[in-house]
Write a protein that binds this ligand. Structure first.
Ligand code: DC
Length: 201
């Protein structure tokens, strides 16, 4: 059975949580495509050329320390502007999307570029303030000293870069269903996504 769920949206909107629950619930493989860009960004921070890094990623690059750090997220957003870097990552993502048993991919351009034929397309979003608040709370729980304004700046600058780039900008596919989680609990957002997938199966 081939069945692809494409989930796009800005940082900290809830795509990751929704994707993980859908994968578990329906037995789909899950790919957090942001990790690919983060892995390239991390190698660029270590002095490598972005395109060389994108063309030679291995499974080991998708693990290890620091991938979730805010500096790596910004580096990921910067390398994601380079069309050749994006092109180098397309085949892997498309093959993953056709995994036997179904797949859920989350990112910025899954419904628009990577899997325009996905059976379900969701665009998960929330206001920048709500997303920054969630990120800020996570950082605090993890024991990191951060200011809310710094987190909000980070969210806004990444949004601006991701939405305004020429190649594969962040935007909902025409046939995507938008889930705005600004005033929803995690459980409500997940339930809505489960309902939409069930309706298509
Ligand atoms: O989802 P994330 O926060 O881990 O993504 C990090 C950055 O990678 C994001 O700011 C832009 C880029 N990205 C992208 O351009 N396309 C994707 N499909 C996934 C992520």
């Amino acid at each position: 059975m081939r069945f692809t769920v494409a989930i796009d949206g800005p940082a900290a909107a809830g795509k990751g949580t929704i994707s993980r629950v859908l994968a578990q619930r329906f037995g789909f493989a899950h790919l957090d495509t942001g990790l690919l860009y983060r892995a390239v960004g991390r190698r660029v921070m270590a002095g490598e050329d972005a395109l060389v890094a994108a063309r030679s990623l291995t499974a080991a690059d998708l693990a290890g320390p620091g991938l979730r750090d805010p500096e790596v997220a910004q580096a990921a957003s910067r390398v994601a502007v380079i069309p050749e870097v994006r092109a180098a990552l397309v085949d892997f993502q498309r093959a993953f999307a056709r995994s036997e048993g179904g797949a859920v991919l989350d990112g910025r351009d899954i419904g628009t570029v990577i899997c325009p034929g996905a059976e379900v397309k969701l665009f998960v979003t929330a206001s920048a303030e709500v997303r920054a608040r969630r990120r800020f709370d996570e950082e605090r729980v993890a024991g990191h000293e951060v200011s809310f304004d710094a987190v909000l700046d980070d969210v806004r600058s990444r949004d601006a870069r991701d939405m305004n780039r020429a190649d594969a900008p962040l935007r909902p596919a025409e046939d995507a269903i938008v889930i705005d989680t600004s005033e929803m609990s995690v459980d409500e957002a997940v339930a809505e996504a489960v309902r939409l997938v069930e309706a298509r199966r």
